[in-house]
Design a protein around this ligand. Structure first.
Ligand code: FAD
Length: 385
């Protein structure tokens, strides 16, 4: 491989560049990014940046020292074997890294709606979260909950509109979502409500009711940013399909981060994980694969969220049907663990209990069994269960 082209200059893209150099690759690297910013971390956008505690969140890296040609503000438009077509012309490659991340889904309607994906989005939103502003947040998932936290702190009048019967239901199910309901005290939380459209001055609900709002924020999820690959000869299914080495179906191509749906040996299924830890760690494997080394990506997926003064941390993967056990009462610090039929730990969600997360992640990695009777006692450390 002489020339590696990396499309997408987010965390996964820049970490792959670092990993290539770390593995001794001395050839040419071109990093192509649609945004006009150098690579930055997104988790602070809905936390420190939105709260006004930070203005930027650049990844601590030196692109010059890495010897990379960085094309900022340039988008890849299509792909054919050996050539990426961009808004600035064609770029031939020997090795290609697809790290284009994900795009937020928007709702129909002519009214202005904010999304929160980029640092520019975060600054625009922060500017309108002012005391007394009526803010309607659509979606009570991770982004919705974090934006609601920041909006309330800024003194806004917050309405959260969610189509499911509890917050966080898509990610962790309605039973656990129900445990977070008290956190919304003092906010106008509308559950089981569908949005028809975002109109001038607010949100039209299915059924006709209108929710007045100065600011509308849509946080209903993302889609892998792979539209530019629609005509390429590469397998796409919920993102770029890869094997356990992060190798895509087109020779010389790897995919990594939010846009990659990789085969997980551990869970025997294809996973696409839209979280920071994957963008941080999968690039080592993507770089190794591209350089012809043997490497497998098989993590215990991990993410966190900070909302309403709580730290939520999740590790693992729980298919429907796993047994759910709680450690601790909802009004206190608590965790939820998912056990498989043979009492193996599948996943853990820790709320303000970081030790459960750290220990749980190790237990999942080791594939050990737990004693369900001991588990329910939050005083017993997970590793002793
Ligand atoms: P991205 O960060 O999306 O980077 C992809 C880049 O590719 C983008 O800059 C995009 O502009 C560019 N691109 C797209 N298409 C093209 C193209 N055709 N040509 C050129 N460039 C292109 N995860 C957690 O675990 N915990 C958290 O608390 C957390 N908080 C988050 C808060 C927010 C507001 C957001 C948006 C995400 C959060 N995440 C969190 C998720 C985490 O940030 C993502 O998983 C991570 O950013 C994925 O990195 P990536 O490099 O794969 O994709």
């Amino acid at each position: 491989v002489n020339h590696v082209v990396v499309v997408g200059a987010g965390l996964a893209g820049v970490r792959t560049v670092e990993a290539l150099r770390g593995r001794g690759f001395t050839g040419r690297i071109t990093l192509i990014g649609e945004e006009r910013h150098r690579p930055y971390d997104r988790p602070p956008l809905s936390k420190a940046v939105l709260k006004g505690e930070a203005d930027t969140s650049y990844v601590d890296t030196d692109l010059d020292a890495l010897g990379v040609e960085f094309w900022a503000g340039v988008a890849a438009k299509s792909l054919r074997p050996g050539v990426v077509e961009t808004t600035e012309g064609e770029v031939p490659y020997d090795g290609l890294v697809i790290s284009t991340g994900a795009d937020p889904i928007r709702l129909p309607g002519d009214g202005p709606q904010h999304v929160l994906r980029t640092i520019d989005d975060a600054h625009e939103l922060r500017a309108v979260l002012v005391p007394g502003a009526r803010v309607a947040i659509i979606g009570a998932g991770w982004i919705g909950a974090e934006v609601a936290t920041a909006a309330r702190r800024a003194g806004c009048e917050v309405t959260v509109i969610e189509s499911a019967s509890t917050p966080l239901s898509t990610a962790v199910g309605t039973e656990i979502g129900g445990r977070t309901l008290p956190w919304y005290d003092g906010l106008d939380l509308r559950l089981g409500v569908m949005v028809d459209s975002v109109d001038e001055g607010g949100v039209r609900l299915v059924g006709g009711e209108f929710v007045d709002a100065h600011v509308v924020v849509t946080g209903i999820g993302v889609r892998p940013a792979v539209e530019w690959l629609a005509d390429a000869d590469i397998d796409l299914h919920n993102g770029v399909v890869t094997d356990e080495h992060l190798r895509a179906s087109l020779p010389g191509v790897v995919a990594v981060g939010d846009c990659a749906a990789w085969w997980s040996r551990r869970w025997r299924t294809r996973l696409r994980v839209e979280h920071w830890d994957t963008a941080l760690n999968a690039p080592e494997v993507a770089a190794a694969t591209l350089l012809g080394e043997e490497a497998v990506y098989d993590p215990v997926p991990y993410f966190w969220s900070e909302q309403f003064g709580h730290m939520l941390q999740y590790a693992g993967h729980h298919p429907a049907g796993d047994r759910l056990i709680y450690r601790g009462e909802p009004e206190d610090k608590w965790s939820a663990v998912w056990l498989t039929a043979d009492d193996t730990l599948a996943a853990v969600l820790a709320v303000d209990r970081p030790r459960d997360l750290v220990q749980g992640r190790r237990i999942i990695d080791a594939g050990s069994r737990l004693d369900a009777e001991r588990l329910v006692d939050p005083q017993v450390p997970l590793r002793d269960c």
